[in-house]
Unconditional design. Structure first.
Length: 95
């Protein structure tokens, strides 16, 4: 099952947060405004903490064999393409 958040109803409000409740809202606002956001992220496989500049375009809730969770997808310059990020592993975001 995949759920999609409608980005067109959200408004840009925050510039920076480490509050897990606000992280999704910040990412959605940057996606709506077609802005690049900097995230501090803990990699799922290695646990390594990294910073990435990402242009988000989609937020989704997924369920599957590996469990379920909220993900966002966006263009990541470090990866040179579209990449998915588990929202629960985002430590902070800033614009």
């Amino acid at each position: 099952m995949i759920g999609v958040i409608n980005l067109s109803i959200l408004e840009f409000k925050w510039q920076q947060t480490t509050n897990p409740r606000d992280i999704l809202t910040v990412i959605a606002n940057y996606a709506k405004g077609r802005r690049t956001v900097k995230i501090t992220y803990q990699k799922v496989k290695t646990g390594e903490i990294v910073e990435r500049e990402v242009e988000p375009y989609s937020l989704r809730y997924k369920t599957g064999r590996r469990g379920r969770g909220r993900y966002f997808y966006g263009f990541c310059a470090s990866h040179g393409g579209i990449h998915s990020f588990l929202v629960d592993n985002i430590i902070g975001v800033k614009g």
